[in-house]
Write a protein that binds this ligand. Structure first.
Ligand SMILES: Cc1cc2nc3c(=O)[nH]c(=O)nc-3n(C[C@H](O)[C@H](O)[C@H](O)COP(=O)(O)OP(=O)(O)OC[C@H]3O[C@@H](n4cnc5c(N)ncnc54)[C@H](O)[C@@H]3O)c2cc1C
Length: 395
């Protein structure tokens, strides 16, 4: 391959570029990104950056020397509109073209919006640096009443950051128990309790009927209970949609993500998918999965790049998903593929102290871990975790 184009210049795209060079690709490398900013890290956007403990420079992924080492051409602020495999060409929104032999899909995901929220002032969804700059500006001027809609990890972190700023926050969530599918009832309940313990006005099992506005600015929400909740700022964390529109008609299969085999290779052997946009087959699950965690976006490129350069799938992803979240001074860490009905056993610490290590077990076998403020125990147990679906054969 003489040219490889990486579409998407965030964590997965940047990590792919580094892997391409470290795995010996010495051809032309073109990085095409929709955002104008050089690659930056998203996790601080809902944490340190939002409360003013980190500035924009601290979000940068990589030093100048890392960029120099890549010897890449950067096209920023000009999204890819279409992949045309017939003549190996990427069409950009500006009308420019990039001819390429290989393509890496690293286009991540975009946030879902509440109906009627577009163009309403004071309503934010948090995905990009631009979102975070606007939201931080609102949160740090005066004492706005904040309503967070959606108590997934991003919504939970925003609520926590607002409390750190001393703001009044309500958290509205349609599910009776947020994160129950991801963590199981017992541990999801522990996460949910954190909000009330830190002064958040919690409304679970409650939907949003209507966004109320005055002169184009949000003033509150009508809830499914009939209640009106006043708000100066509304932050939504109601999920994401993978950015796959540019692949329509390209021959690359798309279904809630870019469909990839177990090594990140798509229907076209010279196109691979990495990060939040990639829906890869998982041998340990017996199905595909799209994993929206920082560590997957960081690690998947090693395998995908190896397969792209080899021209076929010679290695598969087998890392278990891992994520962390910081809420109300608690570092939450999780790894594994768990089912809601898995048993949970506390290995260390005490749940009531909000400092513990819990192990998920299925048929007596460990399949996942959750830790609150126990990074060392988590790290140790993680190394020993048996992967679900893999049978250990005694010799
Ligand atoms: C606020 C926030 C906090 C988070 N906190 C945590 C955390 O604590 N722990 C954790 O494990 N994970 C966390 N995550 C998740 C983690 O940041 C993501 O998993 C990671 O950013 C995924 O990287 P990516 O490169 O695959 O996708 P993205 O970061 O979404 O980047 C995709 C890039 O592709 C660009 N793009 C899209 N379409 C096109 C196109 N057609 N042409 C060119 N470019 C395009 C986008 O503009 C974007 O720049 C957080 C995410 C957010 C938003």
């Amino acid at each position: 391959m003489r040219t490889i184009a990486v579409v998407g210049t965030s964590l997965a795209g940047f990590s792919t570029a580094q892997q391409l060079r470290s795995q010996g690709f010495d051809g032309r490398l073109v990085m095409v990104g929709a955002e104008v900013h050089p690659p930056y890290d998203r996790p601080p956007l809902s944490k340190d950056f939002l409360v003013g403990d980190a500035d924009q420079h601290q979000l940068a992924l990589g030093e100048q020397s890392d960029y120099d080492d890549l010897e890449a051409e950067w096209i920023l602020g000009d999204p890819v509109a279409r992949l045309r495999p017939s003549d190996a060409c990427l069409e950009l929104v500006s009308g420019a073209h990039v001819r390429t032999d290989g393509v890496v899909a690293a286009t991540g995901a975009s946030v879902r919006q509440l109906p009627g929220a577009s163009d309403v002032e004071g309503v934010y969804a948090l995905r990009t640096l631009q979102d975070a700059v606007g939201l931080r500006d609102e949160l740090t001027h005066g004492r706005p009443r904040v309503v967070v809609v959606g108590a997934g990890f991003i919504g939970a972190e925003v609520a926590s950051s607002c409390r750190k700023l001393g703001l009044d926050v309500a958290l509205v969530e349609a599910a009776e128990l947020p994160l129950a599918r991801a963590l199981g009832q017992e541990m999801a309940a522990v996460c949910a309790q954190l909000h009330g313990e830190h002064g958040v006005d919690v409304r679970f099992g409650v939907g949003v009927d209507r966004l109320c506005t005055s002169f184009g600015r949000v003033v509150g929400l009508d809830l499914s209970t009939g209640e009106h909740l006043p708000a100066d700022v509304v932050v939504t964390g109601i999920g994401v949609e993978p950015n796959t529109g540019w692949l329509a008609g390209s021959g690359v299969g798309v279904q809630d993500g870019v469909l990839c085999d177990a090594g990140g290779v798509t229907d076209l052997p010279n196109v691979v998918g990495v990060g939040d946009v990639a829906r890869c087959h998982r041998q340990d699950l017996g199905r595909t999965a799209r994993i929206e965690h920082w560590s997957s976006a960081m690690k998947q490129p090693r395998v995908a790049v190896g397969n792209l350069l080899a021209g076929s799938t010679v290695e598969r992803h087998d890392d278990l998903p891992y994520f962390w979240s910081d809420q109300y001074g608690v570092r939450i860490q999780f790894t594994g593929f768990v089912h809601p009905e898995d048993d949970v056993r506390i290995l260390e610490g005490a749940v009531d102290d909000r400092c513990f290590l819990a192990q998920y077990e299925r048929d007596g076998q460990p399949v996942g871990l959750l830790a609150f403020n126990s990074p060392r125990g988590f790290g140790r147990a993680r190394r020993q975790l048996t992967r679900p679906g893999l049978v250990t054969v005694a010799s």
